[in-house]
Every structure is written in structure tokens, then in C-alpha cells.
Ligand binder design. Structure first.
Ligand code: SF4
Length: 261
């Protein structure tokens, strides 16, 4: 009998859950084999520049300052430059200057009416994963970061995307369920709302705002899905899922060579 050496897991992050669901083989390349990325996806670099700029704006608001739009856009320009200073960015047909202008246009939309009553910015957590119906606890805790928590008890998640979100995805998005569950665990009360602010970087950049909630049934489903994912990782169950995302995958060459062993 071949004895499997289970990968060590001192936690599972919301990003890891997302990635395993998206493509478990990509998860293996990144987190188990720790293969250095062949390139940095332009979408990742763009999303990081947007997130850092938003965090800066929110920190200024908490300090009692309201930056001008020009200052906000200047911060984004610096963030975009520093995110792309590495030479191994995969632009995948995109243009650096075009994305700079799109980022500025998207942030201008947010600057018109930014969050004001702010409780926490990019706040990290690590909490146990418990089935609310049975009390069963997984031996791997959940790690994550709230982009923004408002004093009203609203959790805000920022996303950049190439196209509009579909509502089915919004209501089932495991990431939002994880944040709602984490909020309830940490604050001992339900979040009043889960708000997704999506910056859509199509020809005419736009900002979409969606609101949703979660309940105990969602937390039970989240518990069971996460339990299955952890079991899959520990039992080395990894396989490719070929989608449109493959063209932007930094492990495409490893994937082509992978024989399924
Ligand atoms: S190329 Fe596609 S199938 Fe292969 S690892 Fe990347 S995302 Fe998965």
C-alpha cells in the first residue's frame, strides 16, 4: 500500500478555497509544489493597485481627510507603476496606459460617494470553522481579510472584473459566505449587509454595487464545501479544469506537462 504524505495545513484561506474551486491543479502548483509563477497576471497586478489605492483613500477618510480626485488618482498611478515594475507581467493583449486610464476612471466613480463610517480597513482574521448545526469543528482554521467593514455592520468587498457579475454568482459566492460567517463569529452578530463593489474594466469602465446576505443554511454549506476541499487537499486530489481562465494561468506550461500522477 502506498502511504500518502498529507500536505501540512496550518490554515486554509478564503483565497485558497477560491483557487481550489477554480482549478485544484493550479492550487497544487501554487501551494503544494510552490512553483514560482512564470509571470504575474495583469489582472492580479491591476486588482492589487486598485485595492491599495482604495485602502489609502479609506485610511485618509478615517484620519478626517478627504483627498481630492487628483490626489486619489495620483496614488493609483504610483500603485499601478509599482505593481508593474517587474518585467514578467503578462499583459495578455492589454495596454499599460489604457489600464492606467481605466483604473483612474473607475476610481473617479467611487470617489463621488466613498464609504465614510468606517470601522476596519483590510482587517485580517483567523477563526475556527464550525458547523452551526452540529458544532463539528474542522482542525484547520479559516484565514481571511475583510476589505472594509463599516460601522453599520456592512462588509464591503471590492472586485475588479472584465464583465458584469451575474446574480446567481453573487448569491452563491463562497467568499462572501466566508466573510459573513467570520463577521458573525468575531462580532457575535450578523452583518447587516454584504456589499460587493465591482469595477468593470470594459471599454467604458463602470462601477456596480450589489448587496446580499447569508443565513445559517449558507454557513452549513460553506462548512461542508470547505471540509471537502480540505479532504481533497490532504488526499492529494488535484485535476485540471480547463476554462477561459487558462489563457491567463501562470502554470500553463506545467499544466501541459502534467500527466495526472
Ligand atoms: S492551465 Fe487551466 S487547467 Fe491548467 S492549471 Fe492552469 S487553470 Fe488549471
Amino acid at each position: 500500500m502506498v502511504r500518502l504524505n498529507s500536505p501540512e495545513m496550518d490554515h486554509i484561506s478564503v483565497c485558497q478555497i477560491n483557487l481550489y474551486q477554480q482549478c485544484s491543479l493550479k492550487y497544487k502548483f501554487r501551494y503544494i509544489d510552490k512553483i514560482p509563477s512564470a509571470f504575474i497576471s495583469v489582472n492580479l497586478a491591476f486588482g492589487s493597485a486598485i485595492h491599495s489605492s482604495l485602502a489609502w483613500l479609506h485610511e485618509e477618510i478615517v484620519k478626517g481627510n478627504m483627498p481630492t480626485l487628483e490626489e486619489f488618482q495620483q496614488v493609483f498611478s504610483i500603485e499601478w507603476y509599482s505593481q508593474t515594475i517587474e518585467e514578467n507581467i503578462n499583459y495578455n493583449g492589454c495596454n499599460w496606459t489604457e489600464l492606467l486610464e481605466k483604473g483612474k476612471a473607475m476610481l473617479a466613480l467611487y470617489h463621488e460617494n466613498p464609504a465614510k463610517e468606517i470601522q476596519a480597513i483590510e482587517s485580517g482574521f483567523i477563526i475556527p470553522i464550525i458547523n452551526p448545526a452540529t458544532g463539528e469543528q474542522l482542525d484547520t482554521p479559516l484565514k481571511g481579510i475583510f476589505d472594509l467593514v463599516l460601522s453599520s455592520g456592512t462588509i464591503v468587498e471590492f472586485k475588479t472584473a472584465g464583465k458584469t457579475f451575474d446574480l446567481m454568482l453573487l448569491h452563491k459566492m463562497l467568499q462572501l459566505t466566508a466573510y459573513s460567517y467570520a463577521f458573525e463569529y468575531l462580532y457575535k452578530q450578523k452583518p447587516s449587509n454584504l456589499k460587493l463593489i465591482a469595477f468593470i474594466k470594459n471599454k467604458n469602465p463602470k462601477m456596480e454595487q450589489w448587496e446580499t446576505t447569508r443565513n445559517e443554511k449558507d454557513y452549513i454549506q460553506f462548512f461542508n464545501i470547505t471540509k471537502n476541499i480540505i479532504t481533497g487537499i490532504k488526499n492529494k486530489i488535484f485535476f485540471p479544469i480547463y476554462t477561459y481562465l487558462c489563457k491567463d494561468c501562470e502554470y500553463l506550461e506545467e499544466c501541459k506537462k502534467w500527466e495526472g500522477k
